[in-house]
Design a protein around this ligand. Structure first.
Ligand SMILES: Cc1ncc(COP(=O)(O)O)c(C=O)c1O
Length: 378
């Protein structure tokens, strides 16, 4: 049967994630994978979660398994409110920050509206923007004003200001302030996607964009990298008038975020377990980042450069112009090493001589043979 005539026009703009396609094809444990953004399984607090699941069931009983409020359970909103110093009414719980990106786009964007983003940017965000047929414009931060398209409504600027996926870079305070000035001058919103903010291995935190412009920023947080991605929990901080539309939209999406998971996350946060787990996670990832940087220094051929992230899970490698990392990919995978080609993160698919490397997932002992193999292919 030909199903094409049944599909909506939106599906014509859906984009398959090359990263997820890689994972469908290979068994990650059999290769040296620097590809995905998976946290290390060592950071998952298994025993704490086992204990919390019993405690939550004892404390809340059947309520933990019932439907709940669309905004999220009050206990979790209160824990987030306390940790980040924002009023409870400015917090909406989401079923992951990917849903946060999607729901913001859904309530803000009509087909043809402009969404601005840094170039490169997070692939999952590009997928979401394109699925609503946004006109996605990738810009260089320092040339943002010149890049603003004349005569078209810009709905929002999407930024990952801390330890960006894929580049690992962090926006300076001046860049954040300039972005806010331009958002006020040209009247657009800012979606600040911040799943890595708490994973800082050096240097001082830079104020969030939300703290600089709370009236026009939607700040997205996630439990995926600070607790475990399997919980699929995140949050949006923003003006109650903006959150109200998101709340109505979420009623149609999933009625409410998972209740049991939210109670567990609330206990995890409020009871001090989050900070304990974060301290261990930061130590582990700092060590892995430093080790990967030292391996690149040791093995990469001349003409190759890379970013030095102050936190997060990724660094970005730039190779000589004549190396195409998309073309190289199948050979690399056949040899047993995986990365993500950098061009997938560029709005226009350019920068074929770049790649993203993740340092959180692979065990430290497997990093050296992996980088040796990768550099021999280059
Ligand atoms: C920048 C960015 N935003 C959002 C997400 C999605 O995270 P979540 O697991 O909360 O959906 C990711 C995942 O890697 C990411 O890198």
């Amino acid at each position: 049967m030909d199903y094409k005539e049944f599909f909506s026009a939106d599906t014509g703009s859906f984009m398959r994630s090359p990263v997820r396609e890689i994972f469908r094809k290979v068994d990650l444990s059999q290769i040296y994978s620097f590809a995905g953004g998976y946290p290390s399984a060592e950071t998952f607090p298994l025993e704490t979660i086992e204990r919390l699941s019993s405690e939550v069931l004892r404390k809340y009983g059947a309520k933990a398994l019932q439907y709940g409020a669309t905004q999220g359970v009050p206990e979790l909103r209160e824990a987030i409110s306390k940790r980040y110093g924002v009023p409870v009414e400015n917090i909406q719980i989401t079923t992951s920050s990917q849903q946060g990106i999607d729901v913001c786009t859904r309530v803000l964007v009509d087909p043809g509206d402009v969404v601005l983003t840094t170039n490169p940017t997070y692939l999952g965000a590009l997928q979401s923007f394109k699925s609503y047929r946004a006109d996605v414009v990738g810009v260089e931060l320092d040339k943002l004003e010149e890049a603003l398209p004349a005569g078209k409504k810009v709905k929002f600027f999407y930024a990952i200001p801390d330890f960006q996926n894929p580049s690992g870079q962090t926006m300076t305070l001046q860049q954040r302030e300039k972005l806010v000035d331009l958002a006020r001058k040209y009247d657009f919103l800012i979606v600040e996607d911040s799943p890595y903010r708490e994973l800082r291995y050096e240097g001082q935190p830079v104020p969030t964009i939300y703290s600089l412009a709370p009236e026009r920023t939607l700040h997205l947080g996630s439990f995926s990298k600070i607790m475990a991605p399997g919980f699929r929990l995140g949050w949006i901080i923003g003006a109650p008038e903006l959150l109200d539309q998101i709340y109505v939209c979420k009623q149609a999406l999933d009625l409410c975020p998972p209740i049991m998971d939210q109670y567990m996350a609330a206990e995890f946060m409020a009871g001090g377990e989050l900070d304990k787990n974060l301290a261990h996670t930061i130590e582990l990832y700092r060590d892995k980042r430093d080790y990967l940087l030292s391996l690149l220094e040791k093995y990469m051929p001349a003409g190759v450069s890379w970013t030095h992230p102050e936190g997060g899970l990724f660094l970005f490698v730039t190779l000589p112009e004549d190396i195409d990392t998309v073309a190289l990919y199948d050979r690399a995978l056949a040899a047993g090493v995986a990365y993500v080609a950098g061009s997938f993160f560029y709005v226009d698919g350019s920068h074929k001589n770049t790649m993203r490397l993740n340092f959180s997932f692979l065990d430290k002992e497997r990093m050296e043979p992996g980088i040796k193999l990768l550099s021999s292919l280059l």
